[in-house]
Write a protein that binds this ligand. Structure first.
Ligand SMILES: [Fe+2]
Ligand SMILES: [Fe+2]
Length: 203
């Protein structure tokens, strides 16, 4: 499989690029992909809310995440509006295999700081992969309008990915964050490598 060019790798850190066939499959299932995307945005908003609820004493984090909740909810509304415009329906929420597999990698016991770090890095990873997927859509779709539509999401999620990494480095030693981030990237690479390519899923 084609490797990332170095600049993309540096931006996202991801070890395995999305299979190029995915965009063509996604294009054929617009209603499905928009529905899945809508729920991804919803989950991003609710996860930020639950981080605020769990760690209210992390003042900087609360201040940074409060506007992200609004932004992610705005993304959800944009996708919802797009579905409506196209007379498509928001389907039911589906099992999110990708996110569930990531959650399995989070440390459940041990030091609370390690669990906190994993929660931030899970978010960073989901944002990074989403950003990469939106990049693929913004470059590979045939429809010019939809390419621009996804470009906006790509830019926004790129900012979120860096925010979560920065927050991790604010609260935890940098070398600890780097080491664990590498383990996450390796885990995600294996996950992507073994996952089925589905045109009805963002991840
Ligand atoms: Fe978003
Ligand atoms: Fe995001």
């Amino acid at each position: 499989m084609k490797e990332f060019t170095n600049d993309v790798k540096n931006i996202l850190g991801l070890q395995l690029p999305t299979d190029p066939r995915w965009v063509n499959l996604a294009e054929l299932e617009l209603e499905e992909i928009l529905t899945d995307h809508a729920y991804c945005e919803q989950k991003a908003a609710t996860t930020c809310i639950s981080l605020i609820q769990r760690y209210p004493h992390r003042v900087e984090m609360v201040e940074e995440l409060a506007p992200i909740v609004t932004e992610e909810w705005g993304h959800f509304r944009s996708v919802l509006a797009e579905l409506k415009k196209r007379k498509l329906k928001l389907g039911k929420q589906r099992k999110d295999v990708y996110v569930n597999k990531l959650l399995e990698f989070q440390r459940k016991g041990g030091h609370p700081e390690d669990r906190f770090l994993d929660q931030l890095l899970t978010m960073a990873l989901i944002e990074a992969r989403s950003c990469e997927r939106f990049k693929r859509l913004s470059e590979g779709l045939n429809d010019d309008y939809m390419r621009k539509f996804y470009r906006k999401f790509m830019e926004s999620e790129a900012g979120h990915y860096t925010l979560f990494i920065n927050l991790a480095e604010l609260y935890l030693p940098k070398d600890k964050v780097r080491k664990r981030w590498k383990e996450w990237l390796q885990y995600e690479k294996e996950l992507m490598d073994s996952a089925e390519i589905r045109g009805d899923r963002i991840h």
